[in-house]
Ligand binder design. Structure first.
Ligand code: ISL
Ligand code: CA
Length: 570
């Protein structure tokens, strides 16, 4: 478990720098902008800031395509600005965690251009994953790719390099070639770069798709679902054969013996609870926690992430509950609803209509923060920022959305249907600018924002919420404070109640050491719901609730629409 480490009861706040605060009116958020807004985060009470990538990049995937690991993109500022930010964060008693993107680089990174341009047999050729065309096929023609894997961002996972007559592998965009971790020099270069950031004073890393770095060297064709054009390569790269070896080696080379206790988070699509236990068992010295995706895939159909289905609350409880039990004795998990890749949770699992927006946002926060694990708040979540009103394809910026649109249009799909999927699921929902105030462009920029501000910023913004003690912001502040003052949130055993109920999410936390019990009740619906409580909870103390108390808690309690409450007994 996390017991004993400084981060055991920490709350992490994720900043997506491009969309947080723009200091120089070029429409893009930057490091000086973050420095100017640190008071907001200190007031919220978070412990750790995780910065999405700020290194030089052609921004094919908004910085998740890095062309220089040891500098700051001029778009965001300079290394001096970074040092100033780090000092200011530390000065407020917070920590700073960098995004480490080392499954792939940009195709403009000198490692890759070196690998490509020297051709087969060149000194850095083996730093990336190069393969000839499928035997018997004409290189560069459709279907001649070395295998049938689909990329995360539509189309094949391979791009043909005419110059050398070979293909390189890219699980993401063609401008994000995958590094070859089988090569020791690659691993050493990554370790050296990580040590350089630690010497600069950063407090740890969030590791992008780190469970994809070890590929089955045979790179076999993946299963092709009925009617699909590509195969699913994920069994051959999710938690591949050498993944534990690589992470244990990284721990030895970078983290072991470091004078400061650092924080390491592995972003891991497709990880199972059993694998997660291995990654985060402190005895094994690999990572501190995983960041997994099971619960944010429950409202999608067989057609993938843009195939939108309503969430069944029982599925959500089964999934989050299985992670609670799976890591109960060994291992540690992250808790989140949102990040820069997910639509806004109040629109997705809550109710973003004016009547219930704030209340359902508070409910979602309550449920998440009362679980065992490390809670993450994604910028704007503390204001109940919602999905925005995208009209045409020109309103979108994200490569995943744009590629998906182009791909589906080419296949003759109905444009309105494609746009409907994108409105629900596009990553751009998370990337509209932070809503600081009600002025034009929400106080994010004095220029023209790189992506439009959500028009609802006139009512949903930080300035208004700071002034309102009943706001979503102040509710988050109280929940975050509870994590620091009530040890049962960190240590308590988790038990799900009413697992078959489609409307009520309820559970207890039991702190064995101190004997404290917590009860969490949440009504995920717009209707009243009466619940019969387990024994011994009548008249107990309300720790936090998103509706005012009208009467003491009774054995049979009627929850109002989207009501959430936490009770304590000791
Ligand atoms: O949002 C997704 C696509 O639907 C996820 O599959 C996402 O791509 C996956 O979780 C990996 O995300 C991380 O790596 C990507 C980057 O685009 C994401 O922003 C990052 O969080 C490639 O670096
Ligand atoms: Ca700027």
């Amino acid at each position: 478990s996390a017991a004993g480490s400084w981060w055991s009861n920490a709350v992490v706040y994720q900043i997506y720098p491009r969309s947080f605060a723009d200091s120089n009116a070029d429409g893009i958020g930057d490091l000086p902008g973050i420095i100017q807004r640190l008071d907001h985060l200190a007031r919220l009470g978070v412990d750790v800031l995780w910065l999405s990538p700020v290194c030089p990049s052609p921004h094919d995937d908004n910085g998740y395509d890095i062309s220089d690991y040891q500098d700051i993109d001029p778009l965001f500022g300079s290394l001096d600005d970074f040092d100033r930010l780090l000092a200011a964060v530390h000065g407020r008693g917070m920590k700073l965690v960098m995004d480490l993107v080392v499954n792939h680089t940009s195709d403009e990174h000198p490692w890759f251009t070196g690998s490509r341009d020297a051709g087969p047999g060149g000194p850095k050729r083996d730093w990336y994953i190069w393969r000839p065309a499928r035997p018997g096929m004409e290189p560069g023609t459709p279907g001649a790719e070395p295998n049938n894997w689909q990329s995360f961002f539509s189309g094949p996972s391979w791009t043909y390099d005419e110059e050398s007559g070979e293909y390189y592998l890219h699980l993401f965009s063609r401008k994000q070639p995958d590094l070859n971790w089988e090569n020791r020099e690659v691993r050493q270069a990554v370790h050296t770069m990580m040590r350089w950031w630690l010497e600069r004073g950063v407090d740890g890393f969030r590791m992008d798709v780190i469970n994809l770095i070890s590929k089955d060297p045979a790179l076999p064709d993946g299963h092709m679902a009925e009617g699909s054009r590509y195969g699913d390569g994920s069994p051959y790269y999710i938690c591949g054969p050498r993944i534990h070896e690589y992470l244990a080696e990284m721990h030895r080379e970078v983290f072991a013996g470091h004078p400061r206790r650092l924080l390491t988070v592995g972003e891991m699509p497709g990880v199972t609870t059993e694998e997660a236990k291995l990654f985060t068992d402190p005895q094994r010295r690999e990572l501190d926690m995983v960041f997994q995706f099971e619960h944010v895939g429950l409202d999608q159909g067989p057609g993938g992430k843009f195939d939108v289905r309503p969430l069944k609350l029982t599925d959500l409880k089964a999934s989050l509950g299985r992670w609670q039990t799976g890591l109960a004795e060994t291992g540690w998990n992250s808790l989140y609803w949102n990040n820069h890749d997910q639509p806004r949770v109040v629109s997705r699992f809550g109710d973003d209509s004016p009547a219930y927006r704030d209340r359902s946002a508070k409910l979602l926060a309550t449920v998440l923060h009362l679980h065992r694990g490390t809670p993450y708040v994604y910028q704007g979540e503390e204001l109940a920022m919602a999905n925005t009103a995208f009209t045409t394809i020109d309103d979108f910026r994200d490569i995943e959305s744009l590629n998906h649109y182009r791909d589906r249009i080419a296949l003759g799909a109905d444009e309105e249907k494609i746009l409907a999927g994108l409105r629900h699921r596009s990553r751009d929902n998370a990337r509209t600018p932070m809503q600081w105030d009600a002025t034009e462009h929400a106080g994010f920029t004095a220029g023209t924002p790189w992506i439009a501000v959500n028009p609802d910023h006139t009512t949903v913004n930080a300035k208004a919420q700071l002034a309102d003690p009943d706001s979503v912001f102040h509710y988050y502040r109280r929940l975050i404070a509870l994590r620091h003052t009530e040890p049962a949130l960190t240590d308590g055993d988790f038990r799900m109640l009413y697992p078959e109920d489609e409307q009520v999410y309820a559970f207890t936390r039991h702190d064995r050491g101190r004997g404290t019990d917590l009860l969490v009740l949440a009504n995920f619906s717009g209707d009243d719901r009466t619940v019969t409580l387990p024994e011994g909870w009548a008249n107990t103390e309300t720790l936090i609730a998103n509706v005012p108390d009208t009467a003491p808690l009774a054995d049979s309690h009627t929850l109002q629409p989207w009501e959430a409450r936490v009770h304590r007994r000791r």
